[in-house]
Design a protein around this ligand. Structure first.
Ligand code: FAD
Length: 442
């Protein structure tokens, strides 16, 4: 049995996506020693399938979700301003705007959407008044505006649009970010990261031992198993969270969480579309185009983007085939073509763009989604993202935390919440270890 030396190991983080890497850096700066195990490479999960659009939550009709989204975006922007692609561009540049098109077939009325947008604006004004540094999208009164049809009719199929709205936005450079995260981790004496190391089992260690958990890791490079002991596990494995928790007896109730496999297409843009604004066609047949700058884009079209929904403890076989390169090239191309065709109904001029890749990832939501059809029901709780998804499980003398990044930019709060949980746990443990002087007769 090969044990990884864990003399100074205090916390083990499973999964190196946005949630895992950010929590690891936080715990390391709190003074803990952190070891991360990632079964593939850092950032290769859902976090790299994300367009990185730093919006205000205008694609949500639920006010609470939109406001939570706004707050988290501001926190992420303030924490990592250097990764916002356009921040050195003037506010008037086309790539500093996002457009939200409420479609004519929308399930939510224009009035209802406008009332959400006003609520978000109010929240932004409140946050700016609270702390002037929160004013990252310009003055609150200029945060968004209703567009004239003449302003967008050349960029998209205006016949499908009931109302067009423009907001100030930013784009987060995820690729650049992960290359820096790798450097920070490598340079940090408090963090060790093991990639190509898959967690395949966790057990409780017995009653009178120093460490509560014993983790079995499969090292994909050497083909061997390794073992690690710890009292604190931060499970940041996204759609595998419940499966891994169940090894330690944490029950999962089917239907309390949905894993949805989504496809996203990557585009090369022709020269004349270099500055085509990012657009969301919301609340009807959802469609998204994001301009990533440098003549690259990314897009979805709801009818074909959503491939699988699953509420079991593990993702199903069809999902695994999509996520782990288990489908043929032709099938992948077909999916890409369908998404592209749908997208071009909304933005006809994108027919000149070239699809360069189709990528699959998982969006995870609380609640039950029985079929892909449920996604088109505007009242389905699946449309809410007003929660952080963190859960604390006390197991024997150990702490297990479920730590998903419900949305990419929700990680700032997750860092703080998980850090506090670990601190409380440590304090309690110290208290328990203190000698009882009364009993000792002191
Ligand atoms: C197509 C698509 C579009 C999206 N668009 C948006 C958007 O516009 N805005 C937004 O905010 N969010 C969006 N999301 C959601 C967003 O990407 C996620 O909320 C976020 O990336 C989740 O981060 P995470 O770190 O929790 O998960 P991940 O990035 O998936 O990280 C989990 C990591 O755990 C590893 N892992 C799993 N099992 C094991 C194991 N047994 N052992 C070791 N490691 C393991 C995985 O390999 C992975 O690297 C989108 C998601 C998808 C798929």
């Amino acid at each position: 049995m090969e044990f990884i030396n864990n003399q100074k190991m205090s916390v083990v983080v499973l999964g190196a996506g946005q949630a895992g890497t950010q929590v690891a850096l936080q715990l390391a700066s709190d003074g803990h020693h952190v070891t991360i195990f990632e079964r593939n490479t850092m950032g290769s999960g859902s976090s790299s399938k994300n367009p990185g659009r730093m919006g205000h939550g205008f694609h949500y009709s639920d006010k609470d979700t939109a406001k939570v989204h706004l707050r988290n975006t501001i926190d992420a922007y303030r924490m990592y301003p250097d990764f916002c692609r356009s921040r050195h561009r003037p506010l008037g540049h086309p790539l500093r705007y996002g457009r939200y098109m409420i479609t004519k077939n929308s399930d939510i009325s224009v009035d209802e959407m406008l009332s959400t947008y006003r609520a978000v604006q109010q929240e932004y004004a409140r946050l700016c008044a609270e702390d002037h540094d929160n004013e990252i999208f310009g003055p609150p009164e200029k945060m968004w505006r209703i567009m004239e049809q003449s302003e967008y009719k050349n960029d998209c199929n205006a016949d499908l649009v009931a109302l067009g709205v423009e907001t100030h936005e930013e784009m987060f450079d995820i690729q650049l970010f992960y290359s820096e995260v790798r450097k920070w981790i490598n340079q940090n004496p408090n963090v060790d990261m093991f990639e190509q190391h898959e967690v395949v089992n966790i057990e409780q260690n017995g009653t009178e031992v120093k460490h509560e958990f014993i983790i079995t890791i499969y090292d994909k490079m050497s083909g061997s198993k390794k073992y690690v002991q710890t009292n604190i596990i931060i499970n940041s494995t996204w759609y595998n969270i419940e499966k891994i928790n169940s090894w330690l007896g944490v029950p999962y109730k089917k239907g309390t969480r949905t894993n949805r496999v989504k496809a996203i297409i990557c585009l090369d843009l022709p020269d004349d579309l270099e500055n085509l604004p990012s657009m969301f066609f919301c609340m009807g047949m959802f469609c998204m185009f994001t301009n990533l700058d440098n003549k690259r884009g990314i897009a979805t079209y709801a009818l074909h983007t959503n491939r699988e929904v699953n509420t079991d403890i593990e993702v199903n076989e069809n999902s695994i085939a999509l996520l782990e390169n288990g489908i043929s090239m032709e099938e992948r191309e077909q999916i890409g073509k369908k998404i592209f065709k749908g997208l071009c109904q909304y933005i006809p001029k994108l027919s000149k763009a070239k699809v360069t890749d189709v990528r699959f990832g998982v969006a995870r939501t609380e609640g039950d989604t029985k079929s892909l059809q449920d996604l088109f029901d505007a009242q389905n709780p699946f449309h809410k993202r007003n929660y952080n998804g963190i859960k604390e499980h006390r197991i024997g003398k150990g702490l297990l935390v479920s730590n998903p990044a419900t949305k990419l930019f929700y990680f700032v709060q997750n860092r703080q919440i998980v850090s506090q949980m670990v601190e409380n746990f440590d304090k309690e443990r110290e208290e328990k270890l203190k000698p009882d002087w009364n009993k000792l007769g002191a």
